[in-house]
Design a protein around this ligand. Sequence first.
Ligand SMILES: [Zn+2]
Length: 352
Amino acid sequence: MPRRPSFKIAGERIPLGQSKDVRLVISETYTGEKVHVPLRVIRAKKPGPTVFITAAIHGDEVNGTGIIHDFLFGDLIELKCGTLILAPVVNVFGFESHERYLPDRRDLNRSFPGSAKGSLAGRIAHTLMTELVDKCDYGIDLHTAAFQRTNFPNIRADLTNPAARRLAEAFGCSMIVDGKGPLGSFRREATKRGCPTIILEAGEPWKVEPSVLQIGTRGIRNILAGLEMIDECMVKPPFLAKVRKTQWVRATVGGILKFHLSPGDFVEAGQALVTNYSIMGVEQNTLTSPTHGIVLGMTTMPAVKPGEPICNIATLTAKQLERYRGQLERAKANPYSQAQSDFATSMDVVEA
Ligand SMILES: [Zn+2]
């Protein structure tokens, strides 16, 4: 682990024992003003791991911004050792316009590692890799579902990377989706470059949801506790499902949906997910789950056309389903597990 007694970021040197807000230049506006990513750098007196936490790489995914805010002005963090870098908004352009993408319509989270002479997105990605990732030992990147969808809180990580696996397991979500991540994604390229990085996928865009906030802040504290950067007990989830396969169930006819399940619910193969009614209220069909699993993601828009995604199911075997169900039942008295199981009921996305 590099000791980094003197740490320089965004052109500022920050010694051990000090915290500072700095602004990393990532681009310019049409009128030539510098565009900055705001960062808070918190350094303990003792050297240790350097960890970044980033949010809003997709500019409309502000649940992560809310989670980081909790560490900026809420529960201030007392580091025993190491350095924590908090970036509440990475895609400043998208954040300003409540949009996922950059002004050139590119997805920043498919543009890594980027290059100094590349596109707008590529240059921003390159700056983040060289100015942030290269100075860190671990990363946590916070996301939500895409437009008109919501996600049951889950961690996505490459579990073949031992350090990424330790981070993913420490976070404390009930579900880890195993995989390297899409080509050009921040966590894939950061991990490849030697900074094991995981993502949290939780909730909806355009919202800061209390249940997501609770799971996100607890998860970050769990990871910092696991790295021995803070003095705290790690809180375990009621069950931990590691899945590799997820599949979308899509609408077959246009209509209005009534939902029978919520994100985070267990589901058996053949169980009804939604019933599709015509606009005049005639029942058209009921879609069922193709597999045993957990409802990982759902549309928040009940009006659908053929082919539109409705439900994303994380596949489990019958044995896993039975085991996790039992573990959840037994853990109901635990306040954290309650927070996880409350997630779905608190969202009530279907009729909203
Ligand atoms: Zn995202």
